[in-house]
Design a protein around this ligand. Structure first.
Ligand SMILES: [Zn+2]
Length: 211
């Protein structure tokens, strides 16, 4: 057994392998396929330098006859080797969002936490989005209002273009307990956002800006 993949590594790997298999079916040129195979390996190893599951997936994807459906199946199975986002206890949740009264528990059962680098949910009652992330083992949370309007734009967390809404968080701005609002467009659907989150850098940057 090798070391498990992190969710963002899994999505990066899956995205790279999917692009390659799409190219097998849309470009009819052996030399193009071969150069894309090399490029895919480089792109994967840049982020995941040595992981046995990443190497196996790359090897599997070198088969030019591979269908998109079989690749999707393969990756669904590979989730077994992904380290899930660790679900916090009720106590941890309350401690993280100390100032929130009557915090509604998200519907954890709807989510496969192996797909999540961070965990975000929309609370319909309050019109808020809550975001949980673990950094260096420590649970961190931010929350804010989520505008109802959805536009097509770049997300501050995953940096991809999708349906985003304005997320307005309250941020401590001075030592004297003064607060300011800080707005970012982020994916309305945090599950989809996780699926395009290929690097921790943009998530960390987003969280640091809200501290
Ligand atoms: Zn996003």
């Amino acid at each position: 057994m090798g070391e498990k993949l992190k969710p963002h590594e899994y999505w990066h790997l899956r995205n790279q392998c999917t692009l390659l298999v799409n190219a097998y079916h849309s470009v009819n040129d052996k030399r193009v396929h071969e150069s894309l195979q090399v490029q895919t390996g480089e792109n994967v190893r840049q982020l995941i330098p040595s992981n046995v599951y990443a190497e196996e997936a790359l090897l599997y994807t070198m088969n030019k006859e591979l269908s998109r459906a079989r690749l999707a199946n393969y990756f669904d199975g590979l989730l077994e080797h992904v380290e899930p986002f660790e679900k916090p206890s009720r106590k941890q949740l309350e401690k993280t969002f100390r100032k929130v009264k009557k915090l509604n528990e998200p519907e954890w059962d709807l989510t496969d936490l192996r797909e999540n680098t961070y965990y975000g949910w929309n609370d319909a009652g309050s019109g808020r989005k809550y975001i949980l992330a673990r950094r260096e083992g420590k649970l961190e949370g931010v929350y804010g209002t989520l505008a109802t309007e959805v536009i097509n734009g770049a997300c501050a967390i995953c940096k991809q273009i999708d349906g985003v809404s304005m997320f307005l968080a309250t941020v401590k701005s001075g030592a004297e307990g003064t607060y300011t609002k800080r707005g970012n467009y982020i994916c309305r659907d945090s599950q989809k956002c996780n699926q395009h989150l290929y690097s921790l850098d943009s998530l960390n940057e987003f969280l640091d800006n809200l501290k």
